[in-house]
Ligand binder design. Sequence first.
Ligand SMILES: NC(=O)c1ccc[n+]([C@@H]2O[C@H](COP(=O)([O-])OP(=O)(O)OC[C@H]3O[C@@H](n4cnc5c(N)ncnc54)[C@H](OP(=O)(O)O)[C@@H]3O)[C@@H](O)[C@H]2O)c1
Length: 240
Amino acid sequence: MKVLITGGSGALGKSLKAVFKGASCPTHNELDITNQKSVNNAILDYKPDVLIHAAALVGIRECEEDKKKAWLVNVEGTQKIVNALKKINNNCYLVYMSTACVFAGENKKFYTEDDLPAPKNYYSLTKLCGEIVVRQYENACIIRTNFAPKGQWKYPKAFTDRFGTYLFADNVAKGILEVCQKKKRGIIHIVGDKRMSMHELALLSGSKNVGNITLDDYNGPPLTVDMSLSAKRWRKYKIE
Ligand SMILES: NC(=O)c1ccc[n+]([C@@H]2O[C@H](COP(=O)([O-])OP(=O)(O)OC[C@H]3O[C@@H](n4cnc5c(N)ncnc54)[C@H](OP(=O)(O)O)[C@@H]3O)[C@@H](O)[C@H]2O)c1
């Protein structure tokens, strides 16, 4: 099985590389998803059986401050991948990485695949639009998840009042491998078996000195408060 991964240098990409041994992971320079020619060339060169599309602009503040770039990468970049597969290699199975943040996360928890998305910020909106783009391609799976890499927490503080069914990036990568083996189509939630706060996740990831922050202390773009998902179409994973 020839696997091509976009976003291979990212947090999830690193875990995907370890799980999908021998996969091709061109750098951003080698494969720029905002350039149709670059995407077409990659599909022609690598001739993938599976393409895992994990490249994106993921910073919530960055997407809010540079909406044009966020749209170009997350929506039009995804469209360029779909265009190339349709034109050059429509036997290829496409996996699109989406997010639990497509949901509003207000007064509700454990969103299912059938619940109505309602993004709170521009990043989440572009990820949802990416899902809609991917629906044009039949041989595809949309994975919604929520994860952090193991190790030092990226920020000095973590929210005690934002929640999710989080996993580590390694757990998600293993889940993606299982989804690819079954060639599942449509929306799949890859979720942990425990709902916890981001602060609990930060401690679990191995960081000892992560401070507390609450939404009252926060001053930035609107955020999804409860990102917990349930999985009606797939199994749950133990966070480890
Ligand atoms: N992190 C989360 O909690 C989370 C949760 C749910 C879903 N997701 C989704 O999972 C995927 C991976 O997230 P992540 O946290 O691993 O992101 P990340 O660490 O920020 O990595 C993003 C990757 O995308 C690449 N990239 C950006 N623009 C590109 C372009 N124009 N062409 C080609 N590559 C480009 C980056 O390469 P350079 O760094 O070289 O630019 C990097 O390798 C994303 O689709 C994200 O929306 C993330």
